[in-house]
Design a protein around this ligand. Structure first.
Ligand code: AMP
Ligand code: TRP
Length: 345
């Protein structure tokens, strides 16, 4: 494949409260990648409205996710932070991808099947087409690397399929315009570390999610120390002490989850955690986990709350990021239109 400039892109939906899964599976990785890559981090508001969002709540949530990015350590001056709807090229490229992707490909998307459930006839067309918009988000910047949690893996495979089909369908024109064999890169997912899938604190077989009815299932980034402590204390466990080796976590989903969370917060591995806590009772381990979680998340929550007090300044960050994102996305879109055969000025 042709050499593409290395670029990171990822997105987070402004829906509900951000939680520990979003932080460990995604945002913490976004922060780390800033030292090695040019990064673009997007608050994907167009994705959010694939299911109903109260408009005022949506506005609040867009600013809150932006505040979370900054509070976690993303630098919006050196990298790009913006909200998706300010760069119309996302929607424009998504339409073209709607015409590249096949029904059969989208029919396989497990997240759609889960979200639509039995109500398939009554969900929005946007919910179904959402993976094409996600591919457009990434490919508008011809991004090469995308950090996400495990739940997004299938969508990233679809983005590769779309890129590949576009490159093949239009190969003659792509070559004739000097882009070599491929106009779009086949994006690499970055899914690694001890917390690619953080599970509910109430049920180790269910993903920690914004939409779980029980707030005890998740730790929100804005939870205060007492809430964090209470949620960890009440977290489901099993009666055995912790094993001293990773193999002992098999078939113990709750233990595995809490050990994974500890490892991700501490920046080490499950094996390291079990070296320190092997044979410990959960009561002792939970105390240590609470202390670590409060130490790491406390400052983020307070900074988020401080930042959202000043919506003007957050909106300024988004406007500045959007202006810089638009330059890149507009150049891609111009080439895409030319490749597809549209007449343009
Ligand atoms: P969303 O809230 O669906 O926009 O997700 C934002 C990012 O957080 C995506 O990269 C997800 O894969 C990631 N994410 C969401 N929930 C979890 C979880 N329980 N564990 C790990 N990563 C997650
Ligand atoms: N679909 C992702 C989620 O729900 C969010 C997202 C939208 C995204 N566009 C993206 C993630 C592009 C990575 C790259 O979590």
């Amino acid at each position: 494949m042709a050499a593409f400039q290395q670029r990171v892109f990822s997105g987070v939906q402004p829906t509900g409260n951000l939680h520990l899964g979003n932080y460990l599976g995604a945002i913490k990785r976004f922060v780390e990648l800033q030292t090695t890559h040019d990064c673009i981090y997007c608050v994907v508001d167009l994705h959010a409205i694939t299911v109903w969002q109260d408009p005022e709540e949506l506005t609040r949530s867009i600013r809150e996710v932006t505040a979370a990015f900054i509070a976690c350590g993303i630098d919006p001056k050196r990298h790009i932070v913006f909200n998706q709807s300010q760069v119309h090229e996302h929607a424009e490229l998504a339409w073209i991808f709607n015409c590249v992707a096949r029904m059969g490909w989208l029919n396989r998307m497990t997240q759609f099947k889960e979200k639509a459930g039995k109500d398939r006839e009554n969900v929005s067309i946007g919910l179904y087409a959402y993976p094409c918009l996600m591919a457009a988000d990434i490919l508008a910047y011809r991004a090469t690397h995308v950090p996400v949690g495990e739940d997004q893996k299938q969508h990233l495979e679809l983005a590769r399929d779309i890129a590949q089909k576009f490159n093949n369908d239009y190969s003659a024109r792509i070559r004739a315009r000097g882009f070599g064999e491929a106009f779009f890169p086949l994006t690499e997912p970055l899914i690694s570390g001890p917390a690619t899938r953080v599970m509910s604190l109430r049920d180790g077989t269910k993903k920690m999610s914004k939409s779980d009815a029980s707030d005890y299932s998740r730790i929100n980034l804005t939870d205060v120390a007492d809430e964090i402590a209470q949620k960890i204390r009440k977290a489901k466990t099993d009666p055995e002490p912790l094993p001293s080796e990773e193999k002992g976590l098999e078939n113990r989903p709750e233990a595995d989850n809490l050990v994974g969370i500890y490892a991700a917060l501490a920046g080490n591995s499950r094996a390291d955690v079990l070296k320190d806590f092997g044979n410990a009772q959960f009561s002792r381990f939970k105390e240590a986990l609470t202390e670590l979680a409060v130490e790491k998340l406390g400052p983020i929550g307070s900074e988020m709350k401080r930042l959202v007090q000043d919506p003007k300044s957050i909106d300024g960050v988004l406007a500045d990021g959007a202006a810089r994102a638009r330059v890149i996305a507009a150049a891609t879109m111009k080439s895409v239109k030319d490749i597809v055969g549209f007449v343009q000025a």
